[in-house]
Structures are given as C-alpha cells and as structure tokens.
Design a protein around this ligand. Structure first.
Ligand SMILES: [Zn+2]
Length: 302
C-alpha cells in the first residue's frame, strides 16, 4: 500500500475507522514476542520468522525478520517512524541483510540504519534509494495515526532517508542464511522492483505488496497491470507446495489457497466481469469476494 490523500472515514470522536477495527482478530492466535518499543508489535509467525508490525499508522506495515544459522534477512524496514534496528537487535545478534519487497516509502523507512542492503537492479529502486519527502509526509495526516507517535518523533520533518544499495539482486537469486535458503522471485506489477521471497523448504512465501489481505493498491504510475497479472499467475502456481503466505500489510498470515483465488479475482476484473465503484478522483475500486483492487479509473472511450 502507499497512502495518498484518500478519503478515510472519521467517527465523531475523530478516531479513524481503521483504527477502531484494531486489534485485528487474527492476531489472537499468533505468538507475541515482547519488545521494548511500543511502536512495534512482534509475532513469531513461523519457526525463526518474526513479523514486525506497525499498528499505529494507517499502512499497518509488516516487515519480516527471517533467521538462519549464520545471518538474518530483514525483508522490509517499515515506516522509519521508530527505531527498528534496536528492535531487531533485541530479536537476534546475527548479522543482518536487508532486502525490500519493493521500494515504496512504507517499506524502506529504516533502510538507512543498516549497512548491508540488497536492491533490485532497476532504475525505480535506484531513484527511491535517494530518499524522498512527499510520500512520507502523506502518511502523517490526522486520520493516519492510531494512538501515539513515538516520543521525540517530529512529523513535520518526517521524510524517507536515503540509503546505499550495497549489492544488486535479480530474479532467481538464492540467499543462504545458513540452514535456510531464500529464493528471490521477481514479481513486478505493483512496482517494477516488486519481489516475493520463497523459503521452499519451509513452505513460506513472503509476498510484499503483491498480495496482502486488504485492498491492493494498483493505481500509481509505476504500476503495470499486465506485469501484475503475470506475477500473481506465477505465485498461484506455487500454492500447492506452500504452507503459509505472508503479506506486507495488516495481517501476517494467510492460507496458500488465497493465491489462486487472487488470480481468478484479478482475471475477473481484467476481463470486464466486475463493475467498479468510484474512489478518490481518478480511481476506482473493484471488489471480488474478499479481494479488492484500487485502480486507475478507466478512460472514457472517445
Ligand atoms: Zn507498495
């Protein structure tokens, strides 16, 4: 996801509607791991896999810390609103390698805190690594925050800080964490640099923003719908060998059967079987069963 000025409902008490829905019931069954920073909630969602969740901001971003025996991979670094590195250090003493599911601001916010960062070899990635202010500032609206921002955090100066890509990565690369191998799957569409991460031996698929259990945002200029369709087709084919699908927003666990259903839902949208409803100016939302896709409004025929 990526917040832009979209209308969100306020209650009379000015608590945003998304915030009143928290905590999401799915978390009740997950194993919570205590950490010292109240901005984050951490859950061990599979053996050696920690979901680092940021429930106090609208994106409800989830980063994942995946442990091997020799090193750990941090798949995304969240909003950059509080001190992610400190929390990660409470969870492991292994050396950390950062890899981003894609480089929208809400997934790279704490990249600057880390020394080893793999990046997809795309111009989009290199551009975003320079940092930016506009998308970060759009995350700070009154209806974007649920509870308290961390002490000392200044929303007015909030920006995505630049980071240094220390290695390029590509589709098919394997990353050995020691006793755990991860495969990089290029799944462009949401962005040109979107990837999924496959832990084949343990049946885990980390899908970034290609799939998460909330409205999927496919309206930005960098979104390519043909590429997205091909990417979810590729992921759906993996479903029989998976145990768990782990997306990057709201709820960290989903059944692998969600992937073929996602593909069918998007196919129904693309073949004109679903009527859109209007959303923000220039955007529409297609709802198919439990899936919803926020997309650019179709251009009227001349
Ligand atoms: Zn995104």
């Amino acid at each position: 996801m990526l917040a832009l000025a979209c209308a969100r409902l306020f209650s009379q008490t000015q608590v945003p509607e998304w915030c009143r829905a928290l905590p999401r019931p799915e978390y009740r069954t997950l194993q919570r791991v205590p950490v010292s920073d109240a901005w984050f909630e951490v859950y061990e969602v599979a053996r050696g896999v920690f979901a680092v969740y940021e429930p106090h901001q609208f994106e409800e971003t989830i980063s994942y810390l995946i442990l091997g025996k020799k090193q750990a991979l941090l798949f995304d670094t969240g909003m950059g609103i509080s001190d992610l590195k400190k929390v990660v250090t409470e969870l492991t003493h292994l050396p950390i390698l950062v890899l981003n599911s894609h480089t929208h601001n809400d997934h790279v916010g704490s990249n600057w805190q880390f020394e080893r960062i793999y990046g997809m070899d795309t111009d989009f990635t290199r551009q975003n690594a320079r940092g930016s202010r506009e998308d970060a500032q759009a995350e700070m609206g009154a209806d974007e925050i649920c509870g308290n921002l961390p002490t000392g955090f200044d929303p007015k100066s909030y920006a995505t800080r630049p980071w240094k890509i220390t290695s390029n990565t590509h589709d098919g690369d394997r990353i050995d964490l020691g006793g755990r191998q991860l495969e990089v799957l290029a799944t462009p569409g949401h962005t040109p640099d979107a990837i999924s991460l496959l832990d084949r031996a343990n049946g885990l698929l980390f899908t970034g923003d290609t799939y998460y259990p909330a409205p999927i945002w496919l309206y930005r200029p960098e979104t390519d719908l043909d590429a997205y369709a091909a990417s979810i087709h590729r992921l759906a084919a993996l479903a029989p060998e998976l145990k768990l699908v782990l997306g990057a927003h709201n709820i960290p666990v989903a059944s692998p059967s969600v992937l073929p259903r996602l593909e069918a839902a998007f196919e129904a949208v693309r073949t004109g079987k679903v009527k859109p409803r209007p959303a923000d100016p220039g955007q529409v939302v297609y709802q198919v069963d439990e899936f919803s896709f926020r997309m650019r409004a179709p251009q009227p025929k001349p």
